[in-house]
Design a protein around this ligand. Sequence first.
Ligand SMILES: [Zn+2]
Length: 238
Amino acid sequence: MVVIAQGLTARRVSWAGAKAHMGNNQEAYDAECAALAHALELAAQRNRTPERVTIFSDAQAAIRRMASDEPGPGQQYAIQARKHIATLRRARPVITIEIRWCPARKGIAGNEKADERAKEAAGRPGTHRRLLQSLANVKRAISEKKWVESRQWAGGRTSKTKYRMPKSQKPDSAVAGSSKRLASRFYQIKNGHYLTGEYLNWTKNRSTPQCWWCRYRTQTRAHLFKECPEWKPQQKIL
Ligand SMILES: [Zn+2]
């Protein structure tokens, strides 16, 4: 964050910077918004109100935030910024105030100094005045907690101990490797819910359990697989 304030009489262009640790309940976004507001504050506090204030920042989101004082993350800084702009305008009605986006703080005098000061401030917590937890910080905390919880929930449901199939339930690899249609026939035959005469008679879809191939009195699974003359060749293969 670099502020350039240009005085009317001195024609002297100067840059200014300030550092502050904001505590651990704020986001980078808050720091960027706070820096913009603070830059305007510095300009407003000058003994001689400059004719032009240009603030360079690489934080696009924070710059956009300053354009409106709608509720949401960073609102307090947008309100502060407006207050300082009003002070500057009162002191010099024709003042030009600009907040410019400057990618990665390149090509502006004082950049290295700004980075130095940011590092100094970051390494020295405790010197800051206590700030309320910021809305941006609350939002991130909620989102992080939500993801941790959903991961735990998903992890709890798919843990190996819960989802391990008992050996007796392990699917027959030959069946598991076949087509769904074939596999479903296999399991229907296996558990007796297959369209045999006996089953169809039991479900009242046929009046008799008789075999419709050989007229044997009860067409059971065993009959079809072992006795029915209609399926002799297949029975031999089995
Ligand atoms: Zn038969």
